[in-house]
Each structure stands twice: as structure tokens, then as C-alpha cells.
Design a protein. Structure first.
Length: 111
């Protein structure tokens, strides 16, 4: 069971979790405002924090997507190289080579 746990893969990327957004306006600046104005200013401040968080999250996701795309392209290149006609023919020849060499050795060893 320990081997199975060691073989499990973990992501290099962090799971996205929504933080709690708070107003970044100092209280001494909004204390002089009416309740409506104070609400609007603090809401806009929270929206700015949410917007910044969304932008950073999108940038991290984009980097992860690019990294994964590059890895997939590399795998596709290897796959096309391994499954090309020449590679298949060489693999068939290498598989048949021991049989041919054994038959040749048997013929040469007979008087």
C-alpha cells in the first residue's frame, strides 16, 4: 500500500481557493463620509481586490496551461518518432534478428 501512495502523483500547481476580500481604505478616510458613500467606497475597494486576485489567478492558470501544452507537444513528438514507419520497420528487424542469427549459427555449426 505504501508503494501505491508513493506512485500517486501530486500537482505542481496550487488548488485555487477564494480568499476573503476586505476594504483597503483606511477607516480615518471614510469616517467623514455618509453611510451610503462609505458603503460604495468600501465596495469598490473590495471589487478592486477581487479584480486583482482574478487577474493573478488567470495569469497563473495561463502559465500552467502553457507548461502543460509544451509537455504535450514533447510527448507528441516522441510518439510520432516512435510510431513512424522507419521505427516500426527497425523494431520488426530487431525482433527477427535473434531468430535469424540462431538459424545462421545452427547452419554454421553443422558439419
Amino acid at each position: 500500500m505504501a508503494d501505491k501512495q508513493q506512485r500517486e502523483r501530486t500537482s505542481r500547481f496550487q488548488q485555487l481557493e477564494k480568499p476573503e476580500f476586505k476594504s483597503s481604505i483606511p477607516s480615518h478616510l471614510v469616517n467623514k463620509l455618509s453611510e451610503q458613500e462609505k458603503y460604495v467606497i468600501e465596495t469598490v475597494s473590495r471589487m478592486e481586490a477581487q479584480n486583482e486576485w482574478l487577474i493573478q489567478s488567470a495569469l497563473h492558470q495561463n502559465r500552467a496551461l502553457i507548461e502543460n501544452d509544451l509537455e504535450i507537444q514533447e510527448i507528441k513528438d516522441w510518439k510520432s518518432m516512435i510510431t513512424s514507419k522507419g521505427a516500426v520497420i527497425i523494431a520488426l528487424i530487431l525482433m527477427c534478428l535473434p531468430v535469424v542469427l540462431k538459424a545462421l549459427a545452427d547452419r554454421l555449426s553443422k558439419p
